[in-house]
Design a protein around this ligand. Structure first.
Ligand code: PRP
Ligand code: HPA
Length: 190
């Protein structure tokens, strides 16, 4: 189960971004190259754990949510919507603030309306800052969130989402220390 993902995570290098232990992995960084078989493995797994039939659009966040979300879109024929890091000034554009463990900036939602049913797919959840801001904005817009799926999870940041009534599905939970990456859990194995 998710063997390619788990093996590659264990072998991920780690760098410091300030105080933050940042692991480098193809799915979260595009570095080194992304193995399409690993993306396929992840997309297949996600399709087993979410009710894709009800979904109007697969929602992801620039940049590194895109490879997996796009694979899901290609496999299902369901459109892909990307939350961008730059504005387009279109009518109805919604701006939100993103803060991670090592960066902050703005995100912009376009192309969604009240009543749309989405799943959110992202590569990593860490502090939870990005998904908290996105989920809050979508709720204000009246967008229905059917599932929140993160390929990789680290730390307790995901717990904050429960306060918003969202229980993210995290495929592989890891611990990142000075020594490197350790696998803590695989979704479905709890
Ligand atoms: O839970 P958090 O602490 O908010 O971290 C998770 C976010 O960090 C990464 O995005 P980043 O802004 O680094 O952009 P990238 O996808 O362009 O690398 C990742 O893709 C998530 O969106
Ligand atoms: O440690 C990390 N590595 C890659 N992407 C990330 N997004 C949040 N934390 C990380």
């Amino acid at each position: 189960m998710l063997e390619k993902l788990k093996t590659s995570l264990i072998n991920s290098p780690m760098i410091k971004r300030g105080e933050y232990n940042y692991f480098i992995h193809p799915i979260s960084d595009g570095v080194p190259s992304i193995d399409p078989h690993m993306v396929e493995e992840i997309a297949e797994y996600i399709l087993q754990i979410t009710d894709i039939k009800k979904v109007d659009t697969i929602l992801t966040i620039e940049a590194m949510g895109i490879p997996v979300a796009n694979a899901l879109s290609m496999k299902t024929g369901i459109p892909l919507t990307i939350v961008r890091k730059r504005p387009y000034f279109l009518e109805g554009e919604v701006e939100l603030s993103q803060r991670t463990g090592y960066s902050k900036g703005a995100l912009y939602i376009n192309g969604l309306k009240k009543g749309d049913r989405v799943i959110i797919v992202d590569d990593v959840i860490s502090t939870g800052g990005t998904l908290m801001a996105l989920v809050k904005a979508l709720k204000t817009m009246g967008v229905e969130i059917l599932d929140v799926i993160s390929v990789i999870g680290r730390g307790n940041g995901y717990l904050q989402l429960k306060e918003l009534g969202v229980e993210p599905k995290i495929l592989v939970t890891i611990d990142v220390s000075e020594k490197g990456v350790e696998i803590k859990n695989v979704f479905g194995n709890e």
